[in-house]
Structures are given as structure tokens and as C-alpha cells.
Design a protein around this ligand. Sequence first.
Ligand code: HEM
Length: 136
Amino acid sequence: MQTSLPNQSIALSNAGIKWLKIAIVYLIVGVAMGIVMGAKEDFTLRPVHAHINLIGWTTMALAGLIYSVFPQAGESRLAKTHFWLTNLSLPVMMFALAVLMFGHKEIVPVLVVSEIVAAASIVAFAANIFMNLRRQ
Ligand code: HEM
């Protein structure tokens, strides 16, 4: 049996494409780290691998898909705040976490600040979803 889809064009947002392209870069880095960890049997950077995959790939790709389906949310001011807070905090957070995993506790203040900024980006994301997600 054939089902017919409504003849409706969806205006995909540029924001969605941007998020998805950055997310796939994190997936490549995260998977490469997983392969190296496994090959060397050295799991020191396991939490970095997990967060690169789960925030960098999964969470960012989901944001990209949501902003593609709901372009008015993808182009909002909150979406821009979400984008910049995430993309500035995550690389610093991953670097600081890696340094900490190698035993350098003096990096903790950098890690804490980057984590607070990353959490703020999630707050912007949540606010954007609540305020700007609506039917086309
Ligand atoms: C080819 C792809 C991947 C490889 C080779 C890989 C490899 C690994 C390895 C070797 C570990 C450590 C296991 C251990 O300590 O016993 C690990 C842990 C983990 N990986 Fe991956 N991984 C891959 C993809 C992913 C993806 C796509 C995600 C998430 C979206 C992910 C999330 C995690 C998590 C959450 C942990 C556990 C971290 C922890 O317990 O602290 N991995 N992975």
C-alpha cells in the first residue's frame, strides 16, 4: 500500500546545516579517539571520548536536526547564543578535561569556567525550545 505525503516544502534553516557539519567533525574525532584508546589499551581519556561523542556529536546533531525542522527556532537570538556558548566552551572543556585526566589538577579552574559556559549554552537551548518551537 502506498501512502502519499502532503505536498509541502520545508524551509530548512542554515543554522541546522552548520550544527550538523560541526557535529560530524566531533564524531570523527570521538571515534578516532575510541579506536586509539582501544588499540593502545590506555583508557585515560575515556571521559573526553565520551563527552566529545555525547555533547559534540549527539547533542549538537540533535540541535541541528531540531533547528532544521523548526527554522524559526534555528534563526532566533537564543539559537545564536546557544551556538556561540557551545562552540566556545566545548573545545576548552575537552582540552581542560584531558589535561586533568593526565593528573594536572591546576587546570581545574579552567575546566570549571568552561563547564559553566557549556551549562549556560544548554540553558539557552532549553529557553529557545520553550519560546520558539511552534508549528509552521
Ligand atoms: C568506532 C567508534 C567507537 C569506538 C572505537 C569507541 C571506543 C571506546 C572505548 C575503547 C571505550 C573505553 C571502554 C573501557 O574503558 O572499557 C569507550 C567508552 C565509551 N564510549 Fe566509545 N567508542 C566509539 C564510539 C562512541 C560513540 C559514538 C559514543 C556516544 C555517542 C561513545 C560513548 C562512549 C561512552 C559513554 C563510554 C564510556 C565512558 C566511561 O565509562 O567513562 N563511544 N569507547
